[in-house]
Each structure stands twice: as structure tokens, then as C-alpha cells.
Ligand binder design. Structure first.
Ligand SMILES: Cc1ncc(COP(=O)(O)O)c(C=O)c1O
Length: 448
């Protein structure tokens, strides 16, 4: 066991029993391809890609080499304010916009998803103030939507306990049910109806994840198309939070790119943008918003929001390499093929175990629901047990507590055999939970 007293890394969101149960052997020590090894010597197939970000797996030669060369050549240059950005950062932005939907041609970089979300919304509000509309400040998001944590993004995330744990946060943020929420009456119009009731002329932006991370609920093309038309009609900025769906996870560079009838005004990206090798995120905006930055009288275009590491040269080099791999090495094609394999394999698991009540996959973004056949859904504790049972069978996954789901988010480079291994382990793990067999580690017990 790690002595809690010497557990200097005070990481977020874990209660003390977890820290107490964590042994030194549980810490991760090494990785290779899609697998990670813990300090105790056990290898796991990383079915959650780190934290859904290590999209190309560990040890991608092209990304590693790009990082090394950039560290040697120029590790940092200042992209903020009147600094001089690195060549590689500008090249990264140019490369990125080539992979985004038509019209989305301008990029800012940050370091994490929450910053990107906050920057997108600040930018939206900034344009309203510039246009003399100070009454148009409201932001709408969805209950159970996830957009990061912290005083801005944590308020936009539709998870109430985050709103109250530290007192007041970003004002003028509102939530509406998504089409997947229990009791949501009308898939197409719930969010639109809430905004209509509130007063669209007071709303600056709507932010949604095209596939909702809490459970993998896929917002349909019809839903998003209708929302995009609604936003255009009311001059509301539509923000797609593609921190998870972007950069290959759904089989294309963005989900927006797969939906020609639902082009957003702003896209946020993060996670897989550097395959998790170094921190980076991005906010990309449409030409029509970018043009509004230009004041015809003063020529002023500044929105003063940024941070030291925005557009970090090493991250930019990594992102260029990731985009090269995604566009040239057949990874996107692999995502589509492995999606079919995974859906077929999970169908077989479902035939064995009716407790697997729902499977939702788009690309390699999969949400699984569990419950007693014809009875109640499994509790977060039960889903957590399943995650631990799966882990003891050698496959890492994510379990969600707010909406109990098991998420399978494997690296985009998994093979057919890897997918079969994930499904086989899941089959065994569900059997373990049903039979009350639990792994023997203190770690697993603390998680239960
Ligand atoms: C859709 C979405 N947006 C934003 C974020 C926040 O990203 P970060 O954790 O890098 O701040 C997350 C994180 O999981 C996310 O899933």
C-alpha cells in the first residue's frame, strides 16, 4: 500500500479509501502500443485510451520523433499577445483547418478542454458586447453534458454537484434536457423549446457534444440539423464540443464533418489532438464570426484571453504528426472497420448476457448500459464492480457515476484481435459480476 501520508499527488475527485487502497504496484509504469503495464508487472489492454485521449496508442514513432525534433529545434515561443508565435504553431493551425468543415478557418490553441470551452464562450460573449448587445449573454447546454471542470467549464457541464461544490461560478448558464434524458418529451425540440421560452434574443451560444460522453448518446443528424437551423434563425452561436469526438474518434476528423446540414459556428477540440503525448486543445471558429472581430472604425480585433502555453511549440509539432498519421496511415478507416467488429462482438455478448441492455457506438466511442432484464438499471456501484472485474481480466475501461455506464474508448489503432479480446474479457467480467466473483485486490474492493 502507499502510505497516504506520502501520497503527495493530490489528484482530483477520489475519496480517501481509494488512495489508501492504491498500492505502489497499481501505478502505471510503462506502455507499448495499445497496452500499459503497472508497476506490479501486469499488462492491460487500454480500452479507455488513457483518459480517452491516447488515440494512436503509446509509442507512435512519428509523434515521438516530431516531439523530439521540436524540443531540439525550438521548445517554446510565445503565441499570446504581442509575442512571436513559433513557425510550427502557425503550420499546425493551417494544417488543422484543412481538416475542419468548410468555413471554419481560424484557430486558437489552449492546453486543455475546459480552457477551450471557456474560450469559445467568452469569444461568443465578446462578439455580443462588440455588437452592442450586452443583454445577450446567456449560454445554454444540456443536462448530463460534459464540458470540463473549473469555474467556467464546470458550470457549463450539466452535472449539478459540480455547480454547488465550491459556490458561485460562471453566471448566465442554463441547462435543458437532451433528447436522451428520461422523461424528455420530444427529441427534436426540448432544447429549442427551453430557449424559446427563455427568449432566444438573450442567448449568445448553445454548446453540445455531438456524442454525449456521459453514456455515448449519439445526437442524431436530424436533431443537430434542426438545432443548427434554429440557432441560425435566432443568430445564436452553435458550439460543438468535439473534445472527445474530434480527431478521429468517430472515424473522421470531426463529427461536424460528417454532418453537412449541421455546421456549427465554433468547434472545440482537445484530447486526441496530440494523442495525449503533450497537452493541447483548440477552438476553431467560422469565417462569419471571425469577420465580426474586425471593427471597421478602429480595426481592433483583440480578445484578450489566453495563457502562457497556448500554441506550445512541442504540442503543435505533436499535433501536426497526429494529423499526418490520421490522414495518411489508414487510422480513420481502421476506426470504421473496428466499429463494425466491436458492435458485432458486443451483440454476441448481449446474446449471452441480457443484462447488457444497450450498446451505443459511433466509431470507437461506445457507451454500454446494464440492468436486470426487464428490471432496474444497474447502480453506479454495480457498473464500477464490472469495470474492476474487466480490469482483473486485463482490459481497462471507464465507468461513469452520474449516468451509470461502462465506456469503451479504445485507441483508434486497435486490431481485430484486440477488439475480440475486449469483448471476450467483457463477457467473462459480466459473468463474474453475476456470480458475485470479485477480484481480490484492496484496490478493487475500495472501488466497489
Ligand atoms: C466533451 C468534453 N469537453 C471538455 C472536456 C474537458 O477537457 P479537459 O479535461 O482536457 O479539461 C472533456 C473532458 O473529458 C470532455 O469530455
Amino acid at each position: 500500500m502507499i502510505d497516504p501520508a506520502d501520497y503527495a499527488l493530490w489528484n482530483s475527485g477520489v475519496p480517501r479509501p481509494y488512495l489508501k487502497a492504491l498500492s505502489r504496484d497499481d501505478l502505471l509504469a510503462e506502455a507499448d502500443g495499445v497496452r500499459v503495464r503497472d508497476a506490479g508487472g501486469r499488462w492491460y489492454l487500454d480500452g479507455r485510451s488513457g483518459l480517452w485521449n491516447v488515440t494512436l496508442g503509446y509509442g507512435n514513432e512519428r509523434v515521438k520523433e516530431a516531439i523530439k525534433q521540436q524540443v531540439d529545434r525550438l521548445p517554446f515561443a510565445n503565441s499570446y499577445g504581442y509575442g512571436r508565435p513559433a513557425q510550427v504553431t502557425v503550420e499546425c493551425a493551417q494544417t488543422l483547418v484543412r481538416h475542419l468543415p468548410d468555413g471554419i478557418n481560424h484557430v486558437r490553441f489552449a492546453s486543455n478542454g475546459a480552457q477551450a470551452v471557456e474560450m469559445a464562450l467568452q469569444f461568443s460573449r465578446f462578439l455580443r458586447l462588440r455588437a452592442g448587445q450586452p443583454e445577450r449573454m446567456a449560454v445554454f447546454a444540456m443536462w448530463d453534458g460534459f464540458h470540463g471542470q473549473g469555474p467556467g467549464a464546470g458550470m457549463v457541464t450539466g452535472v449539478p454537484y459540480l455547480h454547488h461544490q465550491t459556490g458561485p461560478m460562471l453566471p448566465e448558464v442554463h441547462h435543458a434536457p437532451g433528447p436522451f434524458a428520461p422523461g424528455a418529451s420530444d427529441g427534436v425540440s426540448d432544447l429549442e423549446r427551453h430557449i424559446t421560452d427563455f427568449g432566444p434574443e438573450r442567448v449568445t451560444a448553445v454548446i453540445v457534444e455531438p456524442v454525449v460522453g456521459e453514456g455515448g448518446h449519439i445526437l442524431s443528424p436530424e436533431y443537430l440539423g434542426s438545432l443548427a437551423r434554429f440557432c441560425r434563425r435566432h443568430d445564436i452561436h452553435l458550439v460543438f464540443d468535439e473534445v472527445v469526438t474530434g480527431m478521429g474518434r468517430v472515424g473522421d476528423f470531426t463529427r461536424a464533418g460528417q454532418l453537412p446540414d449541421a455546421t456549427p459556428d465554433i468547434i472545440t477540440l482537445g484530447k486526441g489532438i496530440t494523442s495525449g503525448y503533450v497537452p493541447m486543445s483548440a477552438v476553431a471558429i467560422h469565417d462569419r464570426l471571425y469577420e465580426q472581430l474586425h471593427d471597421r472604425t478602429t480595426g481592433e480585433t483583440a480578445l484578450s484571453v489566453g495563457s502562457t502555453n497556448d500554441g506550445h511549440a512541442v504540442a503543435a509539432a505533436a499535433a501536426i504528426a497526429v494529423m499526418g498519421v490520421l490522414s495518411e496511415d489508414g487510422v480513420l478507416e481502421n476506426v470504421r472497420q473496428r466499429e463494425s467488429d466491436l458492435v458485432a462482438a458486443l451483440g454476441k455478448v448481449q446474446a449471452q448476457h441480457p443484462e447488457l441492455t444497450a450498446v451505443r457506438c459511433l466509431g470507437l466511442f461506445c457507451g454500454l448500459e446494464f440492468g436486470e432484464p426487464g428490471g432496474p438499471a444497474w447502480t453506479p456501484g454495480q457498473v464500477n464492480k464490472l469495470r474492476m472485474a474487466l480490469e482483473s481480466r486485463g482490459v481497462l475501461s471507464s465507468s461513469l457515476r452520474v449516468v451509470p455506464n461502462l465506456m469503451l474508448m479504445p485507441p483508434l489503432v486497435v486490431t481485430q484481435d484486440d477488439v475480440a479480446e475486449i469483448a471476450g474479457a467483457l463477457d467473462g467480467a459480466i459473468g463474474d459480476v453475476k456470480a458475485g466473483r470479485m477480484p481480490e485486490s484492496g484496490f478493487a474492493r475500495a472501488m466497489g
